[in-house]
Design a binder for this molecule. Structure first.
Ligand code: C2O
Ligand code: CU
Length: 485
């Protein structure tokens, strides 16, 4: 009997007790436990995690300091970077849905800064924008208190002079676990970013290349995953890994793939998708996240699989952007395990009910500025100082926003504080159902989104997550009011 044979082999592989089975008795159904990842599989790449200083089970209290640090970014070269806690990326903050997270933040940088918790539905006063908080001055401390409503893969970064500060190394991952979700694999957080360094390996000024950099966006020439150039991990055939990927680049679009091998996408910005997408490529505009499950094939035993970033032709010049080698997966020679199949239904995501929803239009367009240059703006306005008239909405209502891109290049639209669902892209249904806070718009594209606002009144921001564009005016404020005036 084939089934018996397989379970015996599995039990042997797992190093467990051999199942005693006979042809007369029903076969034991329980799947054999999977063997662990190879010893030290993520040692070269794992980001140090923030330490929880509060013993209470539902409170995570961490300390975070922004400060200069000298790190080896390019092999053999020391670079003075801006860091959280002396590392790039900053420590990963890990908690679970329902937790309260208290971050005591100290600014030891030479410049004012704040922290924005990208994707988290926090109180407006904790969102880290200048519209809602005073800058944290050098030497000052600010305590962020965050109530975690949603599981998923998030990240944190400054929201003052954000393009420059993020480019200097200020970003970190923020993982919110869901204790009830299916176990999909051993977890690896991958923060993909880049850094602009000069010939001596020192940081290029945040505004290098002037208007050209503002307009086209400044992607750094050194491509990093978890702050490293071309690190590697180990894997074992048949043993799944769950990668939580963050695009923390100021301007670079990621398209992550493994030539000759595949993975399954299971999540986006706001946690798991409704259904997995087999044989996916992880496409992430700046600011976005993706979760994928990678199961090394039997045939990959004893080989090295390259993970590449093939980029996105965001200028639509009709040529493939340069490909960057991100990291290597070295698959060991261990006998292959049999991975459990990924559930075909990952979680329920109800479609947002848009009956009677109020509608607004956000047009991403070029605007001629007083300095005679053209910059990217929203609805005819360059809003660097948050002084343009805000968009208005009312708490606990749902709105449908029509996003239009009239420019000749891609822009990732990001809304603070709320998730949305894509209703359609140029009139066509979206390829998946999931919760997003960032969505890309290609030139001349129209994307309609449904935003269920909750009761968190305040000033929220939305902007292009090519941060050079945001800083030069491609942003606006949304005033979420208790009642419409
Ligand atoms: Cu990552 Cu204003 O956002
Ligand atoms: Cu843009």
């Amino acid at each position: 009997m084939r089934i018996v044979a397989v379970s015996v082999v599995l039990a042997l592989l797992a190093g467990g007790v051999v199942l005693v089975t006979s042809c007369e008795q029903p076969v034991e159904k329980k799947p054999a436990p999977l063997p662990p990842q190879p010893e030290g599989w993520d040692a070269d790449i794992k980001i140090r995690e923030a330490v929880d200083l509060d013993p209470a089970p539902d409170v995570v209290a961490v300390e975070l300091e922004a400060r200069l640090a000298t790190l080896e970014i390019e092999p053999g070269v020391l670079t003075e970077v801006w860091s959280y806690d002396g590392q790039v990326p900053g420590p990963t903050i890990r908690a679970k849905r329902g937790d309260k997270v208290i971050v005591t933040f100290r600014n030891s940088l030479p410049d004012p800064t704040t922290i924005h918790w990208h994707g988290l539905r926090v109180d407006a006063s904790m969102d880290g924008t200048e519209a809602m908080q005073e800058p944290v001055l050098p030497g000052e401390t600010f305590v962020y208190e965050l109530e975690l409503k949603d599981e998923g893969t998030y990240w944190y970064h400054p929201h003052i002079d954000s393009s420059a500060q993020l480019g200097y190394g200020l970003y970190g991952a923020f993982i919110v676990e869901d204790p009830d979700e299916p176990r999909l694999g051993d977890e690896l957080v991958l923060v993909v970013s880049d850094m602009g360094l000069d010939a001596d390996g020192q940081l290029l000024p945040g505004d290098h290349q002037g208007w050209f950099g503002d307009f086209f966006g400044r992607a750094g020439g050194v491509h990093l995953v978890n702050g490293k150039v071309a690190p590697s991990i180990l894997a074992r055939a048949g043993v799944p890994q769950r990668w939580r990927i963050v695009n923390a680049s100021r301007a670079h679009y990621d398209r992550i793939l493994m030539p000759g091998h595949g993975f399954t996408q299971v999540g986006v910005d706001g946690g798991l998708l409704e259904r997995p997408i087999a044989d996916a490529q992880a496409v992430l505009p700046p600011g976005a996240r993706a979760e994928v499950v990678f199961v090394p094939a039997d045939t990959s035993r004893n080989t090295t699989i390259a993970v590449e970033n093939a980029g996105v032709d965001r200028f639509h010049v009709g040529a493939d952007p340069p490909r960057n080698h991100l990291f290597d997966v070295k698959v060991t020679d261990d006998p292959p395990a049999t991975a459990p199949s990924i559930p075909t239904h990952l979680r329920d995501i109800d479609e947002v009910d848009v009956t009677g929803a109020r509608e607004q239009t956000v047009t991403l367009e070029t605007v001629l500025a007083e300095d005679g240059n053209t910059y990217f703006g929203i609805n005819g306005v360059l809003d660097h100082g948050h002084d343009a008239d805000p968009f208005m909405a009312t708490v606990n209502t749902t709105e449908v926003w029509t996003l239009k891109n009239t420019t000749t290049m891609d822009h990732p639209f990001h809304l603070h504080g709320f998730f949305f669902q894509v209703l359609d892209v140029d009139g066509e249904p979206p390829p998946f159902r999931g919760w997003l806070d960032t969505v890309n718009l290609e030139p001349q594209q129209t994307v309609r989104i449904a935003i269920p606002f909750d009761d968190r009144a305040g000033m929220w921001m939305f902007h292009c997550h090519i941060l050079d564009h945001a800083d030069t005016g491609m942003m606006r404020m949304l005033m979420l009011m208790e009642e419409m005036h």
